[in-house]
Design a protein around this ligand. Structure first.
Ligand code: 13P
Ligand code: SF4
Length: 353
């Protein structure tokens, strides 16, 4: 089924995109309209607690001239009520370049805030909870890359954006799940090589490898703690229990899981697929909140929801976003010399269209 997944991916790539949403629409919406967006996930009894935070955040955003970038995995009450720009890692990196506000709050994980800071060195980038990390980012260090370079002299290094600024600084290019194939093809051509170190997500590298058999991708043993838990049997059980379900998987899943899916792509690719194909029944093999957020725009589609939560994404709450804007604490700082090298790897990625 992998070939079908790849063909579907190419077809979806030309469909009109559903995400990212780049607006400040939530800022102007009255509370009842905001509640309508999340009513399927938040009970009327819970809403007043959220509403208080939402109102305070909207006011603070105006006072601080701040925008909130929200990843697709953020909880519905953040994604649908206070985030100004939402999308996958690639969209958030691209949009970060265009931000005109003085302050950026990252409703996502630490490496995303670092990427926003790399692209906006003069702005204040706030992380509502500094503990919101990532198992992939934790799986590799700058020293590991220096050792790999000794072992593989002359082989270019492409690192997933889910890495620290220190690791990006040791890399030639970054990539995301949304552009990994394009980036490795570009690097192979640009450098005139047929071997690339693709780090640190072993499964992403293996999934990409299937699409670029002409290039040898050397992988690392990093895994996403959310996606590595899905198994091929999970997919077969979903198909048995939910006849006709269309299965979309994130390429951080093991290749055997992707092979059982109808389509594989980044979080934005999956959202776009739902928007353009409008399956009657669909399951997103990825983080839980993603389905909640995509479902807001597609009330007629049945979303089957197996649930693997990312504990890091869950650390971001309306309360700690409000606190960050109130206190201006939690600013991300990166050593300028290191930032310059890390920025170059991110900018080389963004330049590839
Ligand atoms: P994308 O949104 O780029 O698909 O990334 C998924 C992810 O795991 C981010 O942490
Ligand atoms: Fe990292 Fe996986 Fe969480 Fe994304 S979902 S932040 S890759 S641990």
């Amino acid at each position: 089924m992998l070939d079908a997944a790849i063909a579907a991916r190419e077809e979806a790539a030309i469909a009109p995109p559903d995400l990212p949403r780049r607006d400040s629409g939530t800022a102007g919406l009255p509370l009842p309209d905001l509640y309508a967006r999340v009513a399927r996930h938040i009970t009327p009894a819970e809403w007043p607690l959220h509403a208080r935070e939402v109102e305070a955040i909207q006011r603070l955003k105006r006072e601080r001239n701040a925008v909130i970038l929200g990843h697709n995995y953020q909880a519905p009450e953040i994604f649908n009520t206070v985030a100004d720009i939402v999308g996958d890692s690639l969209a958030l990196a691209r949009e970060a370049v265009n931000v005109e506000a003085d302050v950026i709050v990252m409703a996502g994980v630490h490496f995303m805030a670092e990427t926003a800071k790399l692209l906006n060195p003069s702005k204040t980038v706030l992380m509502p909870d500094m503990g919101a990390g990532c198992s992939l980012a934790d799986s590799i260090t700058g020293a590991d890359i220096r050792l790999l370079r000794q072992h593989y002299p002359g082989v270019p290094v492409v690192t997933y954006v889910n890495t620290s600024a220190e690791v990006k600084a040791e890399s030639d290019y970054c990539c995301t799940s949304g552009n990994a194939v394009k980036v490795v093809r570009h690097v192979a051509k640009e450098w005139g090589v047929n071997r690339i170190l693709m780090l640190p997500d072993e499964y992403l590298a293996q999934n990409v490898q299937k699409q670029v058999p002409e290039i040898e991708l050397i992988a690392w043993k990093g895994h996403c703690e959310v996606h590595e838990r899905f198994t091929p049997q999970d997919i077969r059980d979903l198909r048995d229990n939910h006849p006709g379900v269309v299965v979309l998987a994130h390429p951080e899943c093991p290749p055997e899981v992707v092979a059982e899916a109808d389509y594989a792509g980044s979080t934005a690719d999956m959202a776009n697929y739902v928007g353009s194909h409008k399956p009657g029944r669909v399951v997103l093999i990825t983080e839980c909140s993603m389905a909640d957020n995509v479902a807001v725009n597609h009330p007629d589609i049945e979303f089957v929801r197996p649930c693997n939560l990312c504990p890091h994404m869950r650390r971001i709450t309306l309360a700690n976003i409000r606190r960050a804007l109130e206190t201006m604490q939690g600013a991300v700082e990166i050593d300028p010399a290191l930032a310059e090298r890390a920025r170059a790897a991110v900018e080389r990625m963004i330049a590839i269209r």
